[in-house]
Design a binder for this molecule. Structure first.
Ligand SMILES: [Zn+2]
Ligand SMILES: [Zn+2]
Length: 179
């Protein structure tokens, strides 16, 4: 996901280039447009990557496609005509084009992917999760705890139980009991 934008930087504000992203080894694919702005290059488009993680209920490894709508402006560090170094952009953490006029989207896409991680991924819509009592994967095995697990209080507890995913319920202090 690297583009040499030397030519585009020499063009007038409003000039564009479109790129098709072929699936790379991380599985990222999509289409981006690079637009010459008065300050640099604005990248817009959608990149599809693959999220790899675990089901929030049964912890089975799983993958999901992530569509990332990208919109970021990159700033040149070197004047494309003179080769002179340019002052760094004002914004902290601004994305930059390197001294060889290469715009690298890799880190940008990685950060978008992190920000778009699913909060409660399910391996399938009807995943039965782990048994709250004996811990077996109830998609695979019907354990002997089934009868008592049907008790609605168990269902409520299993819904609250942290499963490694980032769920707002994870922080609920459900171990605190009122006396
Ligand atoms: Zn599952
Ligand atoms: Zn069980």
């Amino acid at each position: 996901m690297q583009y040499n934008v030397a030519q585009l930087l020499k063009e007038l504000v409003g000039a564009t280039r479109s790129y098709e992203l072929l699936a790379d080894r991380d599985g990222a694919a999509g289409r981006v447009q690079l637009l010459r702005t008065d300050r640099g290059i604005l990248v817009r488009g959608t990149v599809t990557t693959t999220w790899e993680g675990a089901c929030n209920r049964c912890l089975a490894p799983m993958t999901l496609p992530l569509d990332l709508p990208i919109e970021e402006e990159f700033f040149p560090t070197v004047d494309v005509w003179t080769g002179a170094h340019l002052p760094p952009p004002d914004e902290a953490g601004a994305l930059v084009i390197d001294q060889h006029h290469v715009l690298d989207l890799t880190e940008c896409v990685r950060q978008y992917a992190v920000a778009s991680e699913p909060i409660a991924p399910r391996c399938r819509p009807d995943c039965r999760g782990l048994c709250p009592q004996c811990g077996v994967n109830r998609n695979m095995v019907a354990c002997a705890c089934q009868a008592s697990a049907a008790d609605p209080r168990w269902e409520a507890l299993s819904a609250l139980r942290p499963r490694g995913g980032r769920s707002p319920e994870t922080d609920t202090p459900h171990h605190v009991r009122r006396s």
